[in-house]
Design a protein around this ligand. Structure first.
Ligand SMILES: Cc1cc2nc3c(=O)[nH]c(=O)nc-3n(C[C@H](O)[C@H](O)[C@H](O)COP(=O)(O)O)c2cc1C
Length: 213
């Protein structure tokens, strides 16, 4: 179905891309033809973290598709050692926020502050057992969701700060509500929503990339 949408030109481009990758082609002309020539690359390169959203949750069937993209990520031995909890209930989101603000009154001073999940109306919490591969599994899961969402016009922001709070004693009632299985803990969260801002790209250091001959 998707292939139909991409069309013959898109398919040919994808094929060219796959072939040039497979050949490890280091010709700079080829490199340039790769720039923004297919929708996956375009979405990866244009994605930015969003921290201001429209006032509506992402529909649940859309979130379900995004989550399915998540669980199709590569993961260690396909053990799928992850759990996803999707929350669009304002009582939960605002409840945790109120608790946080009680402890950290300055938090609500940010312009446009709506909640501690960088104002997202829908928040996905990702849990996993504590093992060597959890970070990798959950990171790949999250990036699949983030890119899938972006391709549908939905912004997101990874959230480390609020998760530290949810893992603290004072927020334990909320953590319980997420119903992670025994042995699983909350690793991180991602806020999702329809963007109400278009942030500039932050610079990336290409010096981090090196070919070893
Ligand atoms: C593990 C992790 C934790 C993050 N935690 C937060 C956070 O608590 N608050 C926030 O505003 N952004 C958070 N971010 C988003 C980063 O700040 C953002 O991805 C980075 O500045 C690059 O910007 P970009 O995503 O727009 O390219 C987090 C990102 C990651 C990967």
């Amino acid at each position: 179905m998707k292939m139909k949408g991409i069309g013959l030109t898109g398919f040919a481009l994808t094929l060219t891309l796959m072939l040039s990758c497979a050949h490890g082609d280091d010709d700079s002309t080829t490199d340039k033809t790769l720039d923004n020539q297919n929708t996956v690359i375009e979405n990866i390169m244009s994605r930015r973290s969003v921290r201001a959203y429209e006032n509506r949750a992402v529909p649940r069937d859309t979130m379900e598709l995004i989550a399915e993209c998540g669980i199709n990520a590569p993961n260690g031995m396909n053990k799928q050692e992850w759990e996803i909890r999707i929350v669009d209930n304002p009582e939960f989101i605002n409840g945790v926020t109120e608790l946080f603000v009680k402890e950290n009154p300055d938090a609500s001073n940010d312009p446009g502050f709506k909640n501690i999940f960088r104002n997202a109306p829908t928040v996905v919490f990702i849990g996993a057992p504590d093992n060597t591969y959890s970070g990798i599994n959950c990171g790949l899961l999250g990036e699949n969701m983030i890119i899938a969402a972006w391709s549908m016009g939905i912004g997101s922001c990874c959230l480390g700060g609020p998760v530290r709070f949810l893992n603290s004693e004072v927020a334990s009632e909320y953590l319980k509500q997420l119903k992670f299985s025994d042995g699983y803990s909350l690793i991180y969260a991602i806020g999702f929503g329809y963007p109400a801002e278009s942030p500039e790209a932050k610079p990336r250091d290409k010096g981090k990339i090196m070919f070893i001959d």
